[in-house]
Design a protein around this ligand. Sequence first.
Ligand code: TRP
Length: 356
Amino acid sequence: MSNDKKIVLSGIRATGNLHLGNYYGALSKFVRMQDDFDCRFFIADLHALTTHPDPKALHENVKHILAEYLAAGLDPEKNILYVQSDVPEISEMYLLMNMHAGIGELMRTASFKDKARKALGISAGPAAGEEEIEKEIIGNQSGKSVNAGLLTYPTLMAVDILIHKADFVPVGKDQEQHLELTRRFGRRFNSFYGTEYFHDPVNFNFGGQPVKVPGLDGSGKMGKSEGNCIYLIDDEKTLRKKVMRAVTDAGPTEPGSTPTEPIANLFTLMELVSEPSTVDFFKKAYADCSIRYGDMKKQLAEDILKVTLPIRERVLEIREDDDYLSRVVRRGAEQARDIAADTLRDVREIMGIRKF
Ligand code: TRP
């Protein structure tokens, strides 16, 4: 890890097993970046607390994601791999950074509005229900509440990134707004204290567009809460069954027609996992109306398994090796803490916190 390499930082929230959306949106990019950049990847267990996971499940989730990182090919010799809560400097800087985060801008964040709406039982209105959310939160008529950790989620994420002074943050499209807030907090800190301490981190997509991985239910993206996921850890039988049950339509009736959303989604998945010639074959079959969805799904399942099965096998192996896992995170925590402590020392100094 030489000093002239650009710094990369990213993480995944520890809320359950990783699915194909996490893999193509984040993890596969991490793996591709590890040779060319100074990479730090972590497991966001503090962020997971915002949605109150079962304390018994949290550690298992962290362990599982760590095993998935390693199984997908992240090399602890090339990257710093760590667990967020192992780096207490992050929590301290989060407190400091909250002094410069506005309640209004945090409340207007899409992810906050989503989660707040769910917690308060407000349905998504055309104006995104902003006023209703605010009224409910301040008025507290319903007895339902939104925890402050959810509000300050973006502050914590900004600190994850700024504490490393990261250049690139490989994340999916849904995280762009958080990244924008990170830049804003960094710039605000700079201008408030008259320094040039932080610079702007940006997303990274290998020159392409951020991918949006669709689910199997015919509409929308793959997501844990949507119940439309293919997990890296799915066994062969489960995975085949899920793919064979994916939503389709009655089939094309006119040559050259545009696929409906469920079919377009299957093609999108196929483009991620299959050979271009395979995708071509089924696109032609769709165009001349000879396509059989059953055949297409069988092929799709086959090609997904080629990606996921080797990872699954390694995950099952690595998960059993507690010694190895703890060695990896202990070393990662040390490396991450060294970096984080330097930034925190500077930030405290800039803000006027001095030792006697
Ligand atoms: N918010 C991200 C997600 O839900 C996870 C995350 C937390 C993150 N801190 C980060 C991603 C810092 C990149 C950089 O996926």
